[in-house]
Write a protein that binds this ligand. Structure first.
Ligand SMILES: [Ca+2]
Length: 682
């Protein structure tokens, strides 16, 4: 049927009575098919043709994938399907550090309620609230002991209902965390499960008999390592068996092979969705299906008793079935889902979970950007990164999702990452707002659903270098520091390197309290904050920035408005990277049916000369400036663009350019509206 392609290029056939779905795993040549020849670039992957068996076959669905795939390729993509969650901007709240309403030093839900007008003014559509459920807080709320009640210090169920109502009254939505790979060991389900081998809930968790060696010694049932170190199994003396826990011993894994567990998870989702919650961020959702039989993991660390076992749980055999089950519940409410899927690196595996036709997740958090500086030994080993490598990641996911009817979640920060302005730019205090607004431009004009983490909209930075390690509260940071101190005592060079990495990447940086005003503790609490407020709060806080048209906060408001005003371009448009190689300047274009935006950003703290391609030059000459972080336009000298430190702007060509009356119709006033920042303060 398809001439010179060898049988190995045919991935698999899926047949039903009417159609024959052919999946080509890899195409490296001109590809003849019953409908003519298709020019496919070398090393493009995975073309899916749906071919009717009727006499006049035609395409019903096509995809091209791969590093060289182009939106203008032969398999043209149809228009992007529109959905409210694609057009939404999401604001993530880490409740302990957001706002403390009762003065006990911990943020709480009434604190969130008190800031709803602030969030509305920012222009976000959705609030994602990290776990606030009943929990012993072994893992900051990701160990839930009751899915239907609220952790006391955060507030009450009434407070959650007030929050939902307050958001809905303002036209915003709420998504909550769904943590269902595991529960807390204090959950009543686990308490019952461990009470005896014949308890009805025994099979709600994964219990296995010990492995006994030739000398009669007891061992865990297999060699899987816990993600937190040591064995993935904990022994229960009372019943003489081990239970599986991929994370802490206090976080037993639920047994998704048991239909009763799946039903209970669906019930929990129904409970919250019927209360008015609009969707979920799903914690480590790819781990819910494990290889049956729990075989040993391959030995990749020869001297360790326990081995990384991602191969047996990161992409298990029933994952897609389980995700479709979750989706059926979400669809009853037109609700939203974003999945966390660690250790799934292959884009083909990702698309199987997020492509629109798959009816699984809406999108996942893909981690390539936020692990760009992970060294050979992980997060806290150093690795210099380059702008071309960042551009390659951006281009890969932007074009891949566009071409495959998938969707990106755009983010530079969250509760597990440090502050982006400190991590990705070499800014000084005087240039911070340029750097922060440059990053807002870089991420904010890409295709996908935009996620902003609390304080990012203020350009909040990492903790001061002068702070001692005792100010770092995160168990990850403290454990690593103490272990390394024990191991490397006296090796000042190695310890200083570690400290440098902690100051750059520790999770503590994003967990310091939000800086609301210049009063004591940045207005976060009237009491003693659980974690020290960053020293810079008097110069970097929401109150001051709200009334300053040149602030980082004002700039973010503009970015969010532009996404709304130019949905066709900024949300649904195609993506083209312009100059892949330039070491300092990033330029990309977004093209929709009504126009095109060109985004330019200087990632460095000094001036750059850049010679753009000719069509970019004409766009810069003729386009209207939609957004810029300097008050005067970048200078074009001949064909060379001169960019100031961290300069970023967006230039727009659209059919409405010559028709100001159309611009008048926009809800937020005339464009272009350029945010002016005083260049002399650099
Ligand atoms: Ca409180």
């Amino acid at each position: 049927m398809v001439g010179p392609l060898s049988p190995t290029t045919w991935g698999r056939w899926v047949l039903d009575k009417d159609t024959c779905l052919v999946v080509l795993e890899r195409i490296t040549t001109l590809c003849p098919a019953p409908f003519g020849f298709y020019s496919v670039q070398p090393l493009e992957y995975l073309a899916v043709l749906s071919v009717s068996r009727h006499p006049k076959p035609k395409f019903s669905s096509t995809m091209t994938v791969g590093p060289s795939a182009s939106p203008k390729g032969v398999f043209a993509n149809g228009p992007q399907r529109r959905s409210w969650w694609k057009e939404a901007s999401v604001y993530q709240i880490y409740p302990a550090s957001f706002c403390d309403a009762n003065g006990d030093g911990f943020g709480d839900i009434p604190g969130v309620v008190s800031k709803l007008d602030y969030l509305k003014a920012l222009g976000v559509d959705v609030v994602w609230l990290c776990p606030v459920y009943e929990s012993p807080q072994v893992d900051m709320g990701y160990d839930i002991s009751d899915y239907r009640s609220i952790h006391g210090p955060y507030g009450s169920m009434d407070d959650v209902e007030t929050l939902i109502d307050g958001l809905h009254q303002r036209g915003m939505k709420l998504i909550m965390d769904l943590v269902v790979n595991h529960t807390s060991d204090q959950h009543e389900w686990f308490q019952e499960s461990k009470s005896s081998k014949d308890n009805p809930k025994r099979e709600w968790y994964v219990w296995k008999r010990p492995r006994i060696d030739d000398q009669g010694n007891r061992h865990p049932p297999n060699n899987w390592a816990s993600i937190f170190g040591g064995s993935a199994w904990s022994y229960d003396e009372h019943t003489g068996e081990y239970y599986l826990r991929l994370f802490a011993r206090e976080q037993p894994d639920l047994n998704w092979e048991n239909p009763a567990v799946v039903r209970k998870v669906h019930d929990v989702m129904d409970f919250w969705l019927s209360k008015g919650v609009d969707g979920f961020r799903m914690d480590v959702i790819n781990l819910i299906s494990k290889t049956p039989g729990f075989p040993d993991a391959p030995i990749t660390i020869p001297h360790d008793e326990f081995q990384p076992a991602h191969i047996h749980y990161a992409y298990g055999p029933r994952l897609h079935e389980f995700l479709r089950g979750l989706r059926r519940i979400l669809d009853k409410y037109d609700a939203f889902s974003v999945g966390e899927m660690p250790w799934v690196d292959d884009e083909r595996d990702v698309i199987r979970a997020v492509a629109a036709d798959r009816m699984e997740l809406n999108m996942i958090f893909q981690m390539d950007i936020v692990s760009i500086d992970y060294g050979p030994e992980g997060k806290f080993s150093p690795k210099p990164w380059t702008l071309p490598s960042l551009k390659a990641i951006v281009e890969k996911w932007q074009t891949y999702m566009y071409n495959n009817n998938g969707w990106n979640a755009l983010f530079l920060e969250n509760h597990d990452q440090s502050r982006s302005v400190s991590r990705f730019t070499p800014h000084r205090p005087t240039s911070r707002k340029y750097a922060a607004t440059m990053l807002a431009t870089f991420i904010g004009l890409q295709a996908g659903t935009l996620f902003i983490y609390q304080g990012q909209e203020l350009g909040m930075a990492n903790l001061p270098e002068s702070w001692p390690t005792e100010e770092y509260k995160d168990v990850e940071t403290q454990t690593l520091y103490q272990l390394t101190l024990d191991k490397l005592a006296g090796d000042d060079v190695a310890m200083n390197q570690l400290l440098g990495e902690i100051r750059l990447k520790a999770r503590d940086h994003s967990r310091s309290p939000v800086q609301w005003d210049s009063t004591k503790n940045g207005g976060f609490t009237a009491g003693v904050p659980w974690m020290r407020v960053n020293d810079d709060y008097s110069g970097c806080n929401a109150e001051q920035q709200a009334s300053d048209q040149t602030s980082v906060l004002s700039y973010w408001r503009q970015v969010l408005k532009i996404r709304k005003l130019y949905l066709d371009i900024a949300v649904y448009g195609s993506f083209d990277m312009v100059d892949r190689e330039h070491h300092a300047v990033i330029c990309y274009r977004r093209t929709g049916e009504t126009g095109r935006a060109t985004v330019v950003a200087n990632f460095t703290d000094h001036e750059q000369s850049w010679v753009p391609p000719q069509d970019i030059v004409s766009c810069l000459k003729d386009g209207i400036p939609l957004l810029a972080n300097y008050d005067r336009p970048a200078q074009l000298s001949g064909d060379t663009l001169l960019l100031r430190p961290f300069e970023a702007f967006v230039s727009l060509e659209t059919e409405t350019m010559a028709r100001p009356e159309l611009l008048q119709e926009h809800k937020v006033g005339l464009l272009p509206q350029v945010v002016a920042i005083d260049a002399h303060s650099l």
